[in-house]
Design a protein around this ligand. Structure first.
Ligand SMILES: Cc1cc2nc3c(=O)[nH]c(=O)nc-3n(C[C@H](O)[C@H](O)[C@H](O)COP(=O)(O)OP(=O)(O)OC[C@H]3O[C@@H](n4cnc5c(N)ncnc54)[C@H](O)[C@@H]3O)c2cc1C
Length: 474
């Protein structure tokens, strides 16, 4: 008997497993593939995800394996300098191969005690009042209290659950791959710069060791069900650039579409969905993985609380209430960004106008805060602007605030030195620090770093501790 079975050991499933293990939840991750994915796709880890890694003491591992880049120019690839006043200690983008992210998160989950079973998939399940019976592809049946589908865009869990996945099918396909080129770098650079002026769904970027990352539209490319060939890439390059740059020796070739869909529900009884299983959208702006990892971060402590028995009645449902609107917003911004990459005159005119508007720092900052997910404010009711937002990593007397959140517990940061977490001390840490750089007297942080309460009154604090952390232990 497990507490939670997770279908899929992608970044979402691995992050969720680790978050649950922080609370001693018995977790099994079932992963269809025998080996982790091998092809190297560089993805962007955005500010909020970097903050999550810092909150769990993982950031150094990621920084060692990735390359930091400025965050300017990530909205619809409109080139701009970084806007002033981004409110984060980690205000950069980390370019890092997705297999490295997958590996680091799986390693972290296993270090914390999660079991990962590779080479079998979740093939069916039935739920009842006490738990879920999960059937694996090898016929074995396992029992758990909850099942979470982190099994990607074609999620079997979502389909078996019968949850609708409305949205738009793919209209525009793109080819992406890594290969060698047969002409000098300078020749490529000049041509690519000129073409990029009008073609926003095209790039040819050096990757090191003579290998280039190539992205081209898949206009008129053969059968969608067939994997793309090097010849498909050559044809597209010739159409756009008048030359195929002598590309050869592909490392891997892939195709992706711009289907945009959102699950109608994230929870049906004891079965939940997270990551690409719950939402898909085009990769523009590099948000999908970030969104999934952040879903897992939101869900982990709530599901753990449910299993540990201290969750307030509605806590688990706040997962959908908080994360569904965030995904809706990401889907919308990717729709908008895709329009802005069209070569049609209308969208190109809108792009020029937006490019002008982004010279206003506030406009650009708003868009960057959206993509990097630091602008999110959950609806926790009326209160100061900080309520419901994540708190940045501020200096505290023991060093950095995020250094105090590694165990995935709540935290009361008390500048008045008068308050107490009383009977919630088994779930919520306490730090008295009159020197903390905050312009409010006290904040109560949830384990995901969002501000759940602001104030200086003990009774009001106790009410909010009950709201988020259940009944006191004594
Ligand atoms: C070209 C491209 C570029 C991208 N760039 C970025 C970027 O820069 N930044 C970003 O944030 N995102 C990016 N993304 C999106 C990102 O890759 C995905 O959003 C991310 O992988 C989703 O993670 P996941 O764990 O939810 O799902 P997945 O990574 O799809 O993992 C799901 C796992 O479940 C397994 N599985 C499937 N079915 C079953 C089953 N029945 N039982 C058990 N296991 C199962 C699969 O084998 C897989 O390992 C990009 C995507 C593409 C296509």
């Amino acid at each position: 008997m497990f507490d939670v079975i997770i279908a899929g050991c992608g970044p979402t499933g691995a992050m969720l497993a680790a978050e649950l293990r922080l609370h001693d939840v018995r977790v099994l991750v079932v992963e269809k593939e025998t080996e982790p994915a091998s092809f190297v796709r560089i993805v962007a880890l955005h500010i909020r995800s970097l903050e999550l890694m810092a909150m769990r003491g993982l950031l150094e591992r990621f920084l060692e394996r990735g390359r930091q880049r400025p965050v300017g120019g990530i909205f619809a690839a409109i080139t701009k300098p970084v806007p002033e006043g981004l409110d984060s200690a980690y205000a950069y983008l980390l370019g890092i191969p997705q297999p490295v992210i997958d590996h680091l998160l799986e390693e972290h989950a296993i270090e914390l005690g999660a079991q990962v079973r590779r080479g079998c998939s979740v093939a069916g399940f039935e739920q009842d009042d006490e738990g879920v019976t999960v059937e694996l592809s090898d016929g074995e049946q396992l029992r758990s209290r909850y099942l979470v589908g982190c099994d990607g865009a074609r999620s079997a869990v979502r389909k078996l659950l019968g949850v609708g996945f409305p949205g738009e099918p793919s209209r525009t396909d793109t080819l992406m791959g890594e290969m060698k080129v047969g002409v000098p770098q300078e020749e490529i650079a000049a041509k690519v710069t000129a073409i990029s002026e009008t073609h926003k769904r095209f790039w040819l970027r050096p990757f090191g060791e003579g290998v280039y990352s190539v992205v081209v539209p898949a206009v008129g490319v053969s059968d969608r069900a067939e994997p793309p060939t090097l010849e498909d890439f050559k044809q597209q390059l010739r159409t756009i650039a008048g030359t195929d740059f002598g590309v050869h020796s592909p490392r891997w070739l892939s195709r992706f579409g711009d289907a945009t869909r959102l699950a109608e529900r994230y929870r049906v009884g004891r079965v939940l969905l997270a990551g690409d299983a719950a939402h898909i959208h085009p990769p523009i702006g590099g948000q999908g993985l970030n969104l999934g990892v952040q879903d897992a971060f939101n869900l982990g402590w709530k599901l753990a609380a449910q299993i540990r028995g201290w969750a307030p009645e509605t806590l688990l449902d706040t997962y959908q209430a908080e994360r569904h609107p965030v995904a809706e917003d990401v889907l919308d911004n990717t729709r908008a960004q895709m329009e802005l990459t069209s070569t049609e005159p209308g969208p190109q005119a809108v792009r020029r106008l937006l490019t002008e508007l982004m010279d206003f720092d506030e406009v650009h900052r708003h868009l960057i805060e959206k993509i990097t997910a630091i602008g999110i404010r959950y609806d926790f009711g009326e209160g100061p602007d900080l309520l419901g937002r994540r708190l940045r990593d501020i200096d505290v007397k023991q060093g950095h605030l995020y250094g105090l959140l590694h165990r995935g517990r709540g935290l009361l940061l008390d500048r008045t030195e008068r308050l107490t977490v009383g009977g919630w001390a088994d779930r919520v840490d306490y730090l008295a620090d009159p020197t903390a750089v905050l312009d409010v007297p006290c904040v109560l942080l949830r384990p995901d770093g969002h501000v759940a309460w602001i104030g200086d009154d003990q009774q009001d604090l106790d009410d909010h501790l009950s709201r988020w952390f259940g009944m006191p232990a004594n």
